[in-house]
Design a protein around this ligand. Sequence first.
Ligand code: PLP
Length: 398
Amino acid sequence: MKQAKIGTRAIWAGEQDALAFGATQVPIVQSVSFGYDDMEEWYEVAIGKKHGHIYGRNTNPTVQAFEAKIMDLEGAEAATSFSTGMAAISNTLATFLYPGDRIVSIKDTYGGTNKIFTEFLPKQQIDVVLCETGAHDAIAAEVDKGCKILYLETPTNPTVKITDIKRMADVGKQAGAIVIVDNTFATPINQNPLALGADLVIHSATKFLGGHADALGGVVCGSTDLVDAIYHYREINGATLDPMSAYLLLRGMKTLKLRVDKQSENALAVAKYLQTVDIVEDVYYPGLSTHHGYDIAVNQMRQYGGMLSFAVKGGVTTVSKLLPQLNYANRAANLGSVETIVGPSRTTSHVECTSEERAAMGIPEGLIRYSAGIEDIEDLIEDLEQAFQKIHDKRAVI
Ligand SMILES: *Cc1c(COP(=O)(O)O)cnc(C)c1O
């Protein structure tokens, strides 16, 4: 049968093996363990000769359905899930990195990932090289010197910088590195890193995959060899996704295509609107032809995603006045949900960093991260308009 399109697969893929009692929906299998009357069968499941479940830290049917769905959407052979996105990242790195190894990455990764690179890996005698994000030649030169892992994130959090995945995956392959891409911002709807040559793709499922800000989770997809090794690390170290969260993520993913299409459309419209606002100094969105990564984004992304950021004149003072005026936005640290979410980088993606560290990463203190929801676009733009108007009026009074 011809393979269905991604929106159809988001609904149907991965669920068949977990269905029971004729129910059309995957059950939440809220059970710590799975019992066997037949000792031989138990043994065969234990050694992996027969499909089945033994203990919830290892596998669970609801969790496996979630893994099977994302695996299908990313075009991967295998996937293994985690309690959070950070668990997916830390466990994946810990599976492959040993003292004396070298990892090459970029300066603009997610704040928590950056902390692993700057705080935790060096304590384990792992050599971490962080290149300027988007400096493809510099990254290639570092990879050529030899490394175990090339770790990328594109678009990045929060200034949505773009890295050429295909070009960097080729460089990584030649150097014998495992190429990992955090695809949280783009989602499989807009970008498939494995098809562009990456070895592993990681998601914070907490964000767009779940899409309703009600469950934490993470996942890694790739070849069976690599994912089996990561699964083994996780089953022993224990950062397992729980069945209730797996169910919520699975349900959220059914509308992934609808949501991400609408969020991408809304983000582009908001970005274009913000370019016309006086008090806005800079707008960062890869779908704007003025964005430095636009040419690469056009080639490797189908749409440019729901995330953008913008810098306002007057820094933190303006940010603090502006954000409370918005009626249709949560002021919160997460992103990728159905509702619009705003926040300054210093309290969201890069709360772990000092203001000096943020400045070094090119994150202005007046930067606002904007995660477009699925609201009607007219309302989002009017909401921004009235908020800008209010702070403008206040300044006139002062
Ligand atoms: C949120 C996020 C993470 C971490 O995910 P958690 O589920 O919060 O642990 C990693 N990478 C990116 C790009 C993120 O936005």
